[in-house]
Write a protein that binds this ligand. Structure first.
Ligand code: CU
Length: 535
């Protein structure tokens, strides 16, 4: 789609075929192929079929990759103005969408700021509109990336390791590669997304195989910030010939999932259904930018049945929901057979468009896990060891870490600080100074084009806290990427572009250097500053 000055985030199609995929025959004839594309930055063939990759924005709750067949309408309605032109294979019409979702709500605002507003999901609207499709595999926003780019199929040989036939997909904003396993259920593609490799030097944009089976990764952050701080980059991914301990594939089953690992698991550890955490969720379908995660539900694994060779675990799961994304987290309890390794990337996101037919295993249902196994407790358990950090001044003063109201007992404020952002994952001030034990009012104002938070931690702990935030997976998005650890002294929430939040805190009573950091996955490596606590 195109953007203009009139509420720029509402994408428009002002030229014939804009927001469409076009088909061009070998003899040069071009025709309309499929509609509803918002901001594709990658396309390619997977097993000879046409797939493309989409970016989050208006009408698109999160990035994804999907098959696109002739006549499909995949969701962004701007291009439907051309749907009744001669030769159009698309049956959906603008009115089909606009009578179900008001295209003008939230006038003047880029994000939906009313959590009580009724909404529909993409799959609910798609069920009612002819030819409207939902994506094959969602790539959950801010967890698996922010700006989906190229996709490329791994050749079906052993030159690139154990993932032949699967798909690699780049992310520009988070400078990473994700991996997607696809399968066909009821004639439709769906599957699971995993993290493959992070830490590229700039924004990952273009992928191409070398003759030797290595992968060339072309990168830029021109016009759009990236976690990798270089303006451009060209790197090569070469298989080390060592097989990582990973989830190779996740397949849908009539009663759950089957996880295939690259190496045999420790059978005792992998047979414990409590070793797996499952959550399902989806996004809103609406004309404003992106979407919160909605309708989140925790699922119970009733059984985890390990195959004789130790390579597969059949997870019997209660409460699967068709059309929802299922987060499957194998955590750190499932280990390799010799218990030497945890799963390198323990979280999979499976887009369950269809639950396959077939026989279900006769497994008794288990009750909800007892307290101590829920999300927040699990995050807490990672820091259950006695904390070496001194208790936060805020805690001892009876304030919250995210104290947004001026404490009633405060008659004065000793210091008022405003800190902002600069492009390229930076705070606008590299250093702030406060007096030990003083009462501080701090406003974090985000003028960047992506969300950030402001978190104060002891010196040297920024990356450790960031890595804890990364392990939160989907819960991280809900909890503003703030892990439950005493290492977080005080913090703002996740502040969106153009927004701000003011917090109140009592500065640490121990003078010295502290660090403020944005704990958004990827940002925390570089987006840091020094808080000097003076006497
Ligand atoms: Cu940030």
């Amino acid at each position: 789609v195109g953007f203009d000055d009139m509420e720029w985030w509402r994408g428009k199609s002002k030229a014939p075929g804009r927001s469409w995929a076009m088909e061009i025959t070998p003899d040069g004839k071009m025709s309309l192929y499929a509609a509803g594309l918002r901001s594709p930055a990658g396309q390619g063939l997977v097993d000879g079929k046409y797939f493309y990759a989409e970016n989050q924005g208006d009408w698109v709750g999160s990035g994804y990759m999907t098959i696109l067949n002739k006549g499909d309408f995949i969701g962004h309605p701007a291009g439907l103005v051309w749907a009744d032109k001669p030769g159009s294979p698309v049956l959906a019409r603008t009115e089909d969408i606009y009578k179900r979702v008001d295209p003008r709500f939230n006038q003047g605002r880029i994000q939906d700021d009313d959590p009580k507003r009724p909404y529909k999901t993409l799959f609910e609207v798609a069920k009612e509109v002819p030819g409207m499709k939902t994506p094959s595999v969602w790539l959950p926003h801010s967890v698996m990336g922010t700006s989906t780019s190229s996709l490329i199929q791994i050749p079906n040989d052993d030159k690139f390791g154990p993932f032949g036939g699967q798909v690699l997909i780049g992310d520009q904003g988070q400078s990473r590669l994700n991996r997607v396993f696809l399968e066909q259920i009821k004639g439709d593609y769906q599957g699971a997304a995993f993290t493959f490799r992070e830490g590229f030097e700039s924004g990952v944009l273009r992928l191409e195989w070398g003759n030797d089976g290595s992968l060339f990764v072309g990168q830029t952050n021109r016009g759009w910030g990236s976690k990798g701080q270089k303006d451009f980059g060209l790197e090569r991914v070469v298989w080390s010939q060592k097989t990582p301990f990973e989830m190779k594939a996740v397949r849908a089953m009539p009663d759950g999932f089957e996880i295939e690992f690259t190496k045999p698991v420790n059978k005792t550890a992998a047979a414990d259904p409590d070793a797996y955490t499952l959550t399902s969720f989806i996004y809103k379908y609406h004309p404003v930018y992106g979407s919160d995660v909605v309708r989140e539900q925790t699922l119970i694994a009733d059984a985890a049945i390990v195959s004789a060779d130790g390579l597969k675990v059949r997870l019997v799961v209660d409460g699967l929901r068709e059309n929802y994304i299922h987060e499957i987290n194998v955590g750190d309890k499932v280990t390799s057979a010799d218990s030497s390794h945890n799963v390198l990337h323990p979280i999979a996101y499976y887009t369950l468009k269809h639950i396959p037919d077939g026989e279900k295993l006769n497994v008794p249902k288990r009750k909800a896990k007892a307290a101590g196994h829920d999300h927040s407790m699990m995050m807490g358990s990672t820091t259950a060891a006695p904390a070496k950090t001194a208790p936060a001044a805020n805690t001892s003063a009876g304030l919250k870490k995210n104290q947004v109201d001026k404490p009633a007992s405060w008659t004065t404020i000793d210091q008022t600080i405003v800190v902002g952002t600069s492009p390229g994952l930076k705070f606008d001030k590299p250093e702030l100074t406060v007096k030990a034990g003083s009462k501080v009012k701090l406003t974090f104002s985000n003028t960047d084009d992506m969300p950030h938070n402001f978190v104060v931690v002891p010196a040297g702990q920024a990356i450790a806290v960031g890595e804890l935030a990364m392990k939160m997976g989907l819960a991280g998005v809900k909890l503003d990427h703030i892990p439950n650890t005493p290492k977080v002294l005080f913090n703002t929430k996740l502040v969106g572009p153009g927004s701000s939040q003011t917090i109140y805190f009592v500065a640490p009573t121990t003078p010295g250097k502290y660090t403020y950091v944005c704990t958004v996955p990827g940002h925390f490596y570089v987006m840091q500053g020094t808080l000097i606590v003076g006497k």
